[in-house]
Design a protein around this ligand. Sequence first.
Ligand code: IYR
Length: 220
Amino acid sequence: MNEHPFIKLDHEILEPTEMLCRARDFYSLMNRRRSVRFFSDRDIPDELLEWTIRTAGTAPSGANKQPWTFCLVRDPEIKKQIREAAEKEEYESYQSRMSQEWLEDLAPLGTDWHKEFLEIAPALIVVFRKTHDWLDGVKKKNYYVQESVGIACGFLLAALHQAGLVALTHTPSPMNFLQEILQRPENEKPYLLIPVGYPAQEAVVPDIRRKSLDEIMIRY
Ligand code: IYR
């Protein structure tokens, strides 16, 4: 017996002009997305975040194992613990663990070890990758976990932006402290820490440019 019988694909064929229009519109939308480091403490409803996490969960994954857990952190006390632990690691990184080249590459972004946004943002989404699963005491393999979770995070960032929220892909390093604070099991490893919310009124972003199509695409 096939656990997943095949069903008819639900797909709408569009007019070519409509397709082009949609592709351009989506590009314009996504091209306005920016990583934001200055958050307002204005609250956002759980329901909004739940829809974006559902969207992340529609990502393709190796053998459809869906090897991800999205921890939605709203509790101020837990956010505080995360901030303190992240700042401790980041302090060490900025002081001694990051190379001169790395520090120089980051300089235009104005980042440092201070991570107050981890407490100010009304929500943190902590994404975990599941190295394997357990089914009735039997260890089950997951496949292409990094790729799968990376794609799911891309979906999540797009969904957050589409919903009118701002976010930051924050990667405090090392981030094992997230596993401890959030008490995740041994098969879950922290992947990305994403503060989410409204931007602060005075939020600024570096004036970066995106590579042109010619710089990122090669035709054959
Ligand atoms: N994880 C550090 C450093 C950092 C690394 C990269 I790559 C960035 O694009 C930005 C920052 C931090 O979050 O400050």
